[in-house]
Design a protein around this ligand. Structure first.
Ligand code: AMP
Ligand code: ZN
Length: 115
């Protein structure tokens, strides 16, 4: 398996892991776009939203509950935070292992859409 995020799951590649449960791992983005930039990934290799199956419902839910837990632990709700999933090439997805970006730690996290 040559997927870089699968290697973070198996700890073959180091990452600053800040949260882990049976379904997901979360770690600091190597190239942060905000003071706090964390990626949440499923432990299972799912390429994108398009590849989520009904059997993955608990995994999808875990990504959101992990986001909430991390935001709470980092005191993010005071400022608000942004969740981004780039889905597919046109959206700028570079790593084809599903991941949720959490951006936070500053007041202005950017416009809703870059036009
Ligand atoms: P995306 O464009 O949505 O596919 O985002 C991929 C993200 O993964 C980018 O923000 C990268 O900075 C980040 N990234 C790539 N490799 C690593 C790595 N080894 N550890 C942490 N973050 C990474
Ligand atoms: Zn993978």
């Amino acid at each position: 398996m040559s997927c870089i995020f699968c290697k973070i799951v198996t700890k073959e590649i180091p990452a600053q892991i800040i949260y882990e449960n049976e379904n997901v791992v979360a770690f600091n983005d190597i190239n942060p776009a905000a003071p706090l930039h964390i990626l949440i990934i499923p432990k299972k290799h799912i390429e994108s939203i398009d590849d989520i199956s009904p059997a993955d419902a608990d995994i999808s839910a875990s990504m959101f509950t992990a986001a909430k837990e991390i935001a709470k632990n980092k005191n993010l709700p005071d400022y608000g935070y942004r969740i981004i999933i780039n889905n597919g090439k046109a959206a700028g997805q570079e790593v084809f292992h599903l991941h949720m970006h959490i951006l936070g730690g500053k007041d202005n996290l950017g416009p809703m859409l870059q036009r």
